[in-house]
Design a protein around this ligand. Structure first.
Ligand SMILES: NC(=O)c1ccc[n+]([C@@H]2O[C@H](COP(=O)([O-])OP(=O)(O)OC[C@H]3O[C@@H](n4cnc5c(N)ncnc54)[C@H](O)[C@@H]3O)[C@@H](O)[C@H]2O)c1
Ligand SMILES: O=P(O)(O)OC[C@H](O)CO
Length: 324
């Protein structure tokens, strides 16, 4: 049986994909009412509304029950991953699906997992994946990164479905950095949209944002082809182009002049870029990598600068070579 830790939009959509062929799925939810509603109504109205769930999915509020699964997909918000993972017994492989960097430690999710679940092999699943589209069975391709190629191949076979296609990689760090950094850049693209700065500006942000992602990724040991693949550029393009992205929507609100505090206070869903941005800025400084767009997002989120000031500062930077 496959276990899924986290019944937000993404965990629920993954449960739905995996259960397609009748494979039993045990889906852990944080909120007792979500567990009860999913088991009673076969729906998750809080996080993935309007979609009937497969009968092969059973919800639980008992983290220890995931210890009986031979594979666990780990899909909580990044800041909760350490505490939750530490409560899952056993050493079955874990596929990490959260996209972010841990605040306080600056660790990537695989580094957190190594501490929280020692002895369990890990893989990372990342890529352009709006949960509602995956739940609807629309064609989707992802990166599945695992240092052990044989294990990666076995895991890909367990989760692949006709409309859900994992591509294998052994670059775990590269897959994680793409997914974490694109969330911050999506906030920046949302600001461009909200402030009405135009399509040229958004394309420029995607291009220069990708340069930042590449600089940081290479400094941390990622491979450039991973960053240019599904989990990096692919996800960056998706998330920077649509209000379906929570990060893009957050940025759009900032661009419209709303405060980060107000935008973040009344939401149940997670916009990972907001917590990743400051820790990413620190991590970049540590490896002497310049990430001006990430810093601009940090200044906006913290309320240190307004949108016009941020734009003026970015445009006033010295002219330089385009090469990374
Ligand atoms: N939604 C997507 O399309 C999508 C796609 C790919 C990756 N992801 C990633 O998956 C991860 C989970 O995102 P999501 O979209 O499924 O979440 P979501 O925004 O739909 O739901 C919020 C989640 O946070 C959980 N939560 C809230 N407070 C908590 C607490 N105190 N302790 C533990 N859990 C708590 C809720 O139970 C719920 O599972 C994120 O890292 C996200 O970047 C999301
Ligand atoms: O809604 P977002 O911004 O968290 O993006 C969701 C996924 O990460 C897109 O791949």
């Amino acid at each position: 049986m496959i276990g899924i830790l986290g019944a937000g939009a993404w965990g629920t959509a993954l449960a739905q994909v995996i259960a397609q062929n009748g494979e039993p799925v045990l889906l852990w939810a944080f909120e007792p009412e979500v567990v009860a509603t999913m088991n009673e109504t076969r729906r998750n109205p809080v996080y993935l509304p309007d979609r009937p769930l497969s009968d092969a999915i059973r919800a639980t509020g008992d983290l220890a029950a995931l210890g009986g699964c031979d594979l666990v997909l780990v899909v909580p918000p990044a800041q909760h991953l350490r505490g939750l993972l530490a409560q899952v017994p056993g050493t079955a492989p874990r596929i990490l699906c959260a996209k972010g960097i841990e605040a306080g430690t600056g660790m990537l999710m695989s580094e957190v997992a190594a501490e929280a679940a020692p002895g369990a092999a890990v893989a990372v699943l990342s890529g352009p994946t709006f949960a509602h589209e995956v739940a609807d069975g629309l064609p989707t391709a992802v990166t599945l990164a695992c240092e052990d190629a044989a294990l990666g191949g076995m895991l890909a076979g367990r989760i692949a479905r006709p409309g859900f296609r994992p591509y294998l990689s052994d670059d775990v760090i590269g897959a994680e950095i793409g997914g974490a950094v694109k969330n911050v850049l999506a906030i920046a693209c949302g600001v461009v949209e909200g402030a009405g700065l135009g399509q040229n500006a958004r394309a420029a942000l995607i291009g220069r944002g990708f340069a930042e992602m590449t600089r940081f990724g290479l400094a941390r040991g990622a491979r450039s082809e991973t960053l240019a693949g599904l989990s990096g550029l692919g996800d960056l393009v998706l998330t920077c182009s649509s209000v379906s992205s929570r990060n893009f929507s957050l940025g759009r609100g900032l661009g419209l002049g709303q405060s980060a505090a107000a935008l973040l206070s009344d939401r149940r869903t997670v916009a990972e870029g907001a917590s990743t941005a400051p820790v990413l800025e620190q991590a970049a400084a540590k490896v002497c990598v310049d990430m001006p767009i990430v810093s601009a997002v940090c200044a906006l989120l913290a309320g240190r600068l307004g949108v016009q000031e941020v734009v003026d500062r970015l445009l006033a930077r010295p002219l330089k070579s385009e090469t990374v």
